[in-house]
Design a protein around this ligand. Structure first.
Ligand SMILES: NC(=O)c1ccc[n+]([C@@H]2O[C@H](COP(=O)([O-])OP(=O)(O)OC[C@H]3O[C@@H](n4cnc5c(N)ncnc54)[C@H](OP(=O)(O)O)[C@@H]3O)[C@@H](O)[C@H]2O)c1
Length: 233
C-alpha cells in the first residue's frame, strides 16, 4: 500500500487531497493543528487515515511526524507540503517585519522541517516525491511584469520556497527523491484570490493523477497543475 504525508489537512486543498488519496486506497498521514476537522475521514478510513497533530512552525512536530511514521510504515512514497497561511496585507505600510517572519515560518522553515522529518522514510521508497505547493505569485518574472497586486509576505515566502525546492533537487541528485514546485490553481478556498475559479476538489484530483502518472516531468520547472503549463520561476 502506498503512503503519503500531507500537511494542512483541516480544510481547503489539504482536506480534498486527504479525501482523494484515502478513496484511492493510500495510507495517509494527515498533519494538522486541528485533527478534529477531518474526524469523518478518520472514522470512515480507520486503518488508513492517520491523524498527526502538529504545527509546521514548531520543532516538536518533527518528533510527532517521526513517531507516527515509525509506528505504521518503513517508507514514505509522497510528501505534500500544502499547509499555508495568507495574511492579506497590501502595501508596505500595512506590512510588519513580523508578517514576513510568520509567512517564512510556514512556507519555508515549516516545509524544511517537515522534509527533514520525512527524509529517512522517503529514502526507503522506490519512487519518492516531495510536492511543495507553491503559488504563481511566487514567480519573480511574473511580479516584474506587473501581473499581480503585491502581497509582500506571501509572495516573498513562496519565492523562497521555490528556491528551497531547487536547492533540494541539487542536494538530492544522487538519490531517488524528486522535489516539485506546484501551483495548484486559483482555488475557491478560505484564502481565495479575487480570480478564484477552481474547486479545491478538482485541483486535488488533478494533483493525485499527476503524482500517479508514470511519466514524470523534469524537476527543474515550476508546474501549474490545472492546465499542465510551466510557470516562470
Ligand atoms: N487558494 C489558492 O488559490 C491558492 C493558490 C496558490 C497556492 N495556494 C497554496 O495552496 C495551499 C493550500 O491553500 P488553501 O487555499 O487550501 O488554504 P486554506 O484553505 O487556508 O488551508 C490552509 C491549510 O494550511 C493549514 N496551516 C496553516 N498554517 C499551518 C501551520 N502553521 N501548521 C499546520 N498547518 C497549517 C491550515 O490549518 P488550520 O486549520 O490549522 O489553520 C489549513 O489546513 C497553501 O500552501 C497555499 O499557499 C493556494
Amino acid at each position: 500500500m502506498k503512503t503519503v504525508l500531507i500537511t494542512g489537512t483541516s480544510r481547503g486543498l489539504g482536506l480534498e487531497l486527504l479525501k482523494v488519496f484515502l478513496e484511492n486506497n493510500w495510507t495517509v498521514f494527515a498533519l494538522s493543528r486541528n485533527t478534529k476537522s477531518f474526524e469523518n475521514e478518520t472514522e470512515k478510513f480507520p486503518t488508513t487515515c492517520i491523524p498527526v497533530k502538529g504545527d509546521v512552525t514548531d520543532d516538536s512536530t518533527i518528533q510527532e511526524i517521526q513517531n507516527a511514521l515509525k509506528s505504521r510504515t518503513k517508507q514514505l512514497d509522497v510528501l505534500i507540503n500544502n499547509a499555508g497561511n495568507v495574511k492579506k496585507c497590501f502595501g508596505i505600510n500595512h506590512v510588519t517585519s513580523n508578517d514576513l517572519d510568520e509567512h517564512f515560518q510556514v512556507h519555508v522553515s515549516g516545509v524544511f522541517r517537515v522534509i527533514k522529518a520525512c527524509l529517512p522514510y522517503l529514502h526507503q521508497s522506490d519512487s519518492p516525491f516531495i510536492i511543495n505547493i507553491s503559488s504563481r505569485k511566487g514567480s519573480i518574472n511574473k511580479v516584474n511584469s506587473g501581473a499581480y497586486r503585491i502581497l509582500l509576505p506571501y509572495q516573498i515566502a513562496k519565492c523562497a520556497q521555490n528556491m528551497l525546492t531547487a536547492c533540494l533537487n541539487q542536494e538530492l541528485k544522487g538519490s531517488k527523491i524528486k522535489v516539485f514546485a506546484i501551483h495548484p490553481g486559483s482555488l475557491k478556498t478560505e484564502v481565495a484570490p479575487p480570480d478564484a475559479d477552481t474547486e479545491p476538489a478538482i485541483a486535488a484530483q488533478k494533483l493525485f493523477h499527476w503524482i500517479i502518472n508514470d511519466t514524470k516531468p523534469s524537476t527543474d520547472s515550476f508546474y501549474n497543475i490545472i492546465d499542465g503549463s510551466i510557470l516562470e520561476w
